[in-house]
Write a protein that binds this ligand. Structure first.
Ligand SMILES: [Zn+2]
Ligand SMILES: [Zn+2]
Length: 241
C-alpha cells in the first residue's frame, strides 16, 4: 500500500516528533505543534515495525492522514470510543456513556445522530482540558485530535485503538472474498453486535480454514491487543464502509 516513504524528525524548538513524507526531507517544513519552520534534520524512516510498536497515538494519526486513508473520521471516532470505553467506570458521569453510544451510533449511521450538538456543547463547556472530556468530545465530533495532548498512558491506549481500526499501512495485503465463509461472517457479526471480541482467535482459525494465510490478518486475530467496533478485520468481513 505504501507508495512513498515516511520519515520522522524531532523539532529543534519544542522537541515534538513530526511525521512527514520522505520527499519533504530536504524542504522547509513547519512543526505540527509549535509551527516553527525548519529543515527536518536527522530524519529517520518510519516503517511497518514502528507502526506496530509506537506508543504515540499522534504519530499514527499523522500517518493515517499522510496516506489519505478514507473513512478515517468514522474509524478514528470509533477508536476514541474504544479508548473511552476502557476508561469509564461505573461511578463516572453518565455523559461519558452517552458520548460513547452516540459516537458508535454516528459511525454506524454515517450521519450525526440526534442530540450530538447538545452533547458537544455540554462537553466543550466543561473541563475541556480533562482527558476523559477530550476523548468524549472526540467521540461526538468529526474528530479533531490535532493539538490535543493526551497523557502518556492514554496515548498508548489510543495507539492500540488506532491499530485496531487501521491495518498497518506499510504492509500490502488483499482480501479474498472466498475467505468470508458463513462461519467467518457469523463470528464477525456476533462480535460486532455483542461488542464481545473474545472470539477473535476463533475467527483467525476460521479464516485460516477458509484459506487465508496472511500474517497481518491472522496475527491481528490472534494477537493480545484489545478489539472494538471498527476492528479492521471484523469491518472488512462485514463489508462496513
Ligand atoms: Zn516544534
Ligand atoms: Zn481488531
Amino acid at each position: 500500500m505504501a507508495s512513498f516513504e515516511v520519515v520522522s524528525f524531532t523539532c529543534r524548538t519544542c522537541a515534538e516528533l513530526n511525521i512527514i513524507a520522505e520527499n519533504f526531507q530536504h524542504k522547509m517544513v513547519s512543526c505540527r505543534r509549535c509551527t516553527t519552520r525548519q529543515l527536518p534534520k536527522g530524519s529517520v524512516a518510519f516503517e511497518a515495525i514502528e507502526w506496530d510498536s509506537s506508543t504515540r497515538a499522534q504519530s499514527l494519526i499523522d500517518i493515517v492522514s499522510l496516506f489519505g486513508i478514507e473513512r478515517r473520521h468514522r474509524l478514528l471516532r470509533l477508536a476514541h470510543c474504544a479508548t473511552l470505553a476502557q476508561l469509564i467506570h461505573p461511578d463516572s458521569p453518565v455523559i461519558f456513556e452517552r458520548a460513547l453510544t452516540t459516537g458508535e451510533l454516528w459511525a454506524d449511521l454515517d450521519r450525526p445522530p440526534d442530540g450530538v450538538r447538545e452533547l458537544r456543547m455540554w462537553l466543550e463547556a466543561r473541563h475541556s482540558d480533562h482527558t476523559l472530556h477530550l476523548l468524549a468530545l472526540a467521540c461526538v465530533t468529526a474528530v479533531a485530535t490535532k493539538g490535543w495532548q493526551f497523557p502518556k498512558e492514554i496515548s498508548e491506549a489510543l495507539a492500540d485503538a488506532y491499530r485496531d481500526v487501521i491495518p498497518n499501512p506499510f504492509v500490502p495485503f488483499e482480501w479474498n472474498p472466498e475467505w468470508f465463509t458463513s462461519t467467518v461472517r457469523g463470528l464477525a457479526a456476533h462480535m460486532y453486535e455483542s461488542r464481545d471480541f473474545s472470539a477473535m482467535p476463533v475467527l483467525g482459525d476460521a479464516l485460516q480454514d477458509a484459506g487465508c494465510d496472511h500474517d497481518l490478518i491472522l496475527g491481528h486475530c490472534r494477537g493480545t491487543k484489545p478489539h472494538a467496533r471498527g476492528c479492521w478485520v471484523v469491518d472488512a468481513i462485514l463489508g462496513k464502509e
